[in-house]
Design a protein. Structure first.
Length: 131
């Protein structure tokens, strides 16, 4: 985005605008895929994607071609206290209302195999914290 002299936020806003501008081609490419479902990653900063006009317009275009749901990824550090978790759920609800689609909340893994957590040893940081 050097050509347009945009900073990081301006570049994300411009990126969403370009997606919307090319939405017909994007929808065609998605439509020709042979899949039971499609997972489409969108810009991760909610204030840029969800709370500006382009984000809801993009999601509306997806809704026009297929049933659409959102996946709201929750950082585990924001789920450590009831207050933080309530704030995250509030943002998820706001996202659902702005985008007009159901939202599924998913707690991201905050621990890696190197830390001794994971499927290879059956240890879960959430279960261990509860004990």
């Amino acid at each position: 985005m050097r050509k347009e002299k945009l900073g990081p936020n301006g570049a994300m806003i411009r990126g969403a605008e370009l997606i919307l501008k090319r939405m017909r081609v994007i929808l065609y490419e998605i439509g020709v895929t042979q899949a039971d479902f499609r997972l489409i990653d969108t810009p991760g900063q909610s204030e840029i994607f969800i709370f500006r006009p382009t984000g809801p317009a993009i999601v509306s275009a997806f809704r026009d071609i297929a049933p659409t749901i959102g996946v709201y990824l929750i950082d585990p550090h924001l789920a450590e206290t009831p207050t933080s978790l309530a704030a995250v759920f509030s943002l998820s609800i706001a996202s659902q209302l702005r985008l007009g689609i159901p939202m599924v909340n998913v707690l991201k893994s905050g621990h890696s195999e190197e830390e001794g957590f994971g499927p290879s040893n059956g240890r879960s940081p959430i279960l261990e914290a509860a004990n």
